[in-house]
Design a protein around this ligand. Sequence first.
Ligand SMILES: [Zn+2]
Length: 486
Amino acid sequence: MSRMSTIKGFRRGWIRLAALLAFAAVFLIPHSGFAAAPATKIVLNARELTEAKDVMTVGNITMVPIRVVSEELWYKVGWNKQRQRITIGEGSDRLVLTLGETSAEAGPVSVSLQQPPFVKSNTTYVPLRFVGTQMGLEVKWDAPNRTVYLTNEEPAEQPVPEEVPGAQPPSASVQQISFADGRLSVLLDGEYSPVSSVLTGPDRIVVDLPDTTLGSGFVQGLPGAGNQGSIETQGQAGITGVRFSLFSRSPSLVRIVIDLERPSDYKIYSQGQVLFVEPAQTGDTPPGKPDSASLVPEVGDAGRRVIVVDAGHGGKQTGAVGVGGVLEKDLNLAMALKVEAQLKRLAGVDIVMTRSDDTTLSLQGRVDIAESVHADAFVSIHGNSMPIGSPPTSGTETLYSRPDSQVFAETMQRHVLEATGLRSRGARTQSLHVTRETTMPAVLVETGFMSPGGDIEQMIDENWQDKVAASIAAGIAEYLGLNVNG
Ligand SMILES: [Zn+2]
């Protein structure tokens, strides 16, 4: 017997016990049906989940909307309406739950739930502890503070360095690194103070972040031991690459290196949680060591408008899987990079990409970037899909969450629809993390459907992508009243 079955056996035992306790609770405690529990909080790896606002408790079981599982825990979620079945995850560890039923499938094994999934106000709720535990999360309940703690950190692969007694954890962590519009941007949590220099042979800019580590979410998308990586910088003039590493563990130091085609001066500045490093364009500024201590914000300076382009998913989060195995994250990135190229033609804009390559970034990380740079507009790019077994669906839609994004969404939908040539599903409201938690006009464009009978043929077509990218840029330009350069 494998280790896997031991774990499954252990889980089964645990669930039986929990089911008994839940059974007891239902009969011993006066039970008033569905009780809203606004005080219940869910914390994933030390970060409170903002999606989890409408948590419910039934009996003593915490039930969460299924979108928390897909949007915040990043598991693939499917829905079969006919069979009333919810699938979570993929492959041999896939969970299958049925509305109103206490028996579920965990891979090949049948298991019992404390509370069955149910639908209330058009929202499907699933038991959090059951789903979390089955998906390999560590779940802890802090009763006095009504907080569920979820942990999905893998044990470290390399030996942990010897801790100096009383040593503090690093004061900052890197959440994301990307390169767009001629500048490197680094999203950081915590207090940071970079030290930078230009070196030759090869020409490069070196940025050291003392007392900083690589964030756990960011590390998830990195190869190997997860302590180094590189960023693709195709199409960025004068840049041959960006690489980074956890240069030292004790003391903790992150080093980021921008490799240059030729010697170049640079600017370094920060805005909220985002650190920018901008190599000078040829003949831009005389060489000289920049004052890395001043960190004066420059994105959005001199009345330039700031546009944040967000390629949906990335890294470990593939998004939808389309016909032929096409991954949504790849289509989203290709489209976002084309949008960036189009936006560069506009006068008076600074463009910031939440990701410029295939890296993992949380939904809140995307919001943090947009908020830090005080974006004037936020556009998230996605491909749509329907669960297996649904009727074929096609069309373009632009989603928004707050009333102050409505005009932007309608403007965007008009432009994008003309370019996609697909059926209009409208500019519609939907509660989505990135469009809801941002404070500037924010939209999420679903260009077409990747599922069978949808629009995948167009979506993988380079010419179609170019046309749609141009239309997204045109939508932004019209909304912000921007003109093409020259
Ligand atoms: Zn998506």
